[in-house]
Design a protein around this ligand. Structure first.
Ligand SMILES: [Zn+2]
Length: 127
């Protein structure tokens, strides 16, 4: 009979932490709120007490959003220009506005994911 190793009580699995963080919840317990403001994490989880102000996400969430949007929007712009003849003035307003809206929608989940990754890997202040 093969016995599975006992679960490590100190383990911080990334996948559930990421799911909680993407829902705006504490990656540690999934109950408390993660953000006090749009991009400002709470000082500590009101449910489990995990401190979230010690992360060092810095500009990495913005780099992730730029990388993702660049790979989505540039091919989309090329395809739309090939298929439709949208006037240049409309495009000059359309693409920056679309990029701004998508970046605004993606920046908080990207920051939550980065913080959840740092927490799960015990990086920086999450030891
Ligand atoms: Zn918590």
């Amino acid at each position: 009979m093969i016995q599975e190793p006992a679960a490590d009580p100190l383990a911080r699995p990334f996948r559930p932490a990421l799911v909680h963080a993407l829902r705006g919840r504490c990656p540690a317990c999934g109950e408390g709120r993660m953000f006090a403001a749009f991009l400002k994490p709470t000082a500590g989880c009101e449910s489990c007490g995990q401190a979230w102000d010690q992360h060092q996400a810095d500009d990495f969430p913005a780099y992730l959003v730029i990388l993702l949007l660049g790979h989505l929007l540039v091919p989309l712009m090329i395809e739309v220009n090939g298929a439709l003849s949208i006037p240049l003035g409309v495009q000059a307003a359309l693409w920056p506005c679309l990029a701004l809206v998508l970046a605004t929608l993606l920046i908080q989940p990207a920051k939550a994911a980065v913080i959840a990754f740092q927490w799960s890997r015990r990086m920086h202040g999450f030891r």
